[in-house]
Write a protein that binds this ligand. Structure first.
Ligand SMILES: NC(=O)c1ccc[n+]([C@@H]2O[C@H](COP(=O)([O-])OP(=O)(O)OC[C@H]3O[C@@H](n4cnc5c(N)ncnc54)[C@H](OP(=O)(O)O)[C@@H]3O)[C@@H](O)[C@H]2O)c1
Length: 277
């Protein structure tokens, strides 16, 4: 099946190794954007329940044998957990042809590990994030020098179908993206949690607090994107001297909010580097 995707023609067979949350998000995005037909997609998962669910919901081919799935893909998406990777690599070693692209979303799995473990050189490494599950993800990705233009187009199309994608030319930026956009949704969820709790504390009901907070975060994000203004500029615009916002921001800074965010990102970055070793 061939489709125009942002002016480029896309046609590909996709095999998934692991059909969990992220695997399903990618699969759903590919089908929703018409990048591939259900006949061109196969999913291998150890879980029978998962296979049944994906087969019924999306009409894709489901198998319990990773090697069988791999033989059916131009792109082989590795969507298993990091702790399952060694076993899967042992199984798939030397199974991929140079015409096939291995696209890994596995956190912490280095290109050198994949290259060696799979005995394969055409590799794309991606750091997606959970909003990909609703088509609003942010994926940072990089590719080995062997990856062809066509394979890069495939990767960009798939990741673009799940939200935004950004290509980086060095793997070190993937660890950095892990600390910012990969773990980032959790920072935003924590902020939302804290704001809801605070709203309840001053007397609002849970339902009202939840609605005020979610729409405030959504609206502020869209405002940042659509206004073309920097977050710092927008912050200054809503902060009148001597007003309520100024009072709140002073408290946040008293608690070293900005510095804490920096320390949190550094801690995540260091952990990402450590996990990849
Ligand atoms: N979730 C995120 O936001 C996110 C963000 C960035 C990167 N990632 C990466 O995405 C990857 C997948 O995450 P996930 O949340 O989708 O995990 P998940 O829901 O646990 O999905 C993994 C799936 O693979 C199956 N599986 C286990 N061993 C297998 C094997 N040997 N062969 C084939 N399938 C196997 C699992 O079955 P069982 O459940 O029966 O074991 C499960 O259905 C992880 O490496 C993670 O680091 C996730």
């Amino acid at each position: 099946m061939k489709k125009q995707y942002e002016g480029r023609e896309v046609s590909m067979k996709v095999a998934f190794i692991g059909g969990g949350n992220m695997g399903e998000a990618i699969l759903a995005a590919i089908l929703a954007k018409g990048l591939s037909s259900k006949e061109a997609i196969s999913v291998s998962d150890v879980s029978q329940t998962r296979r049944q669910y994906l087969g019924q919901k999306y009409g894709v081919t489901v198998v319990g044998d990773n090697r069988q799935a791999v033989s059916k893909g131009d792109i082989v998406v590795l969507a298993i957990k990091p702790q399952q990777l060694a076993e899967v690599m042992a199984e798939l070693n030397s199974q991929l042809k140079p015409s096939q692209l291995a696209l890994s979303i596995i956190a912490g799995a280095r290109i050198s590990t994949l290259r060696h473990g799979l005995s394969h050189n055409h590799i794309v490494r991606v750091m997606p994030n959970t909003p990909a599950q609703i088509g609003e993800g942010m994926s940072a990705w990089t590719a080995t020098k062997e990856v062809t233009k066509q394979q890069k187009t495939w990767a960009g199309s798939i990741l673009g179908a799940m939200g935004r994608e950004i290509y980086v030319d060095d793997e070190k930026y993937i660890d950095m993206a892990t600390a910012v956009s990969g773990s980032g949704p959790a920072y935003v969820f924590l902020f939302a949690e804290a704001l809801v709790d605070a709203a309840i504390h001053i007397g609002l009901s849970h339902d009202i607090a939840q609605e005020l907070v979610l729409q405030t975060i959504l609206g502020s994000t869209q405002f940042m994107q659509q206004s073309g203004k920097l977050p710092s500029e927008l912050r200054r615009m809503v902060t009148s001297p001597g007003g309520t916002t100024a009072e709140a921001l002073a408290q946040l800074e008293k608690g070293q909010f900005t510095e804490l965010i920096k320390q949190a990102v550094i801690a995540a970055y260091n952990k990402a580097k450590e996990l990849g070793n």
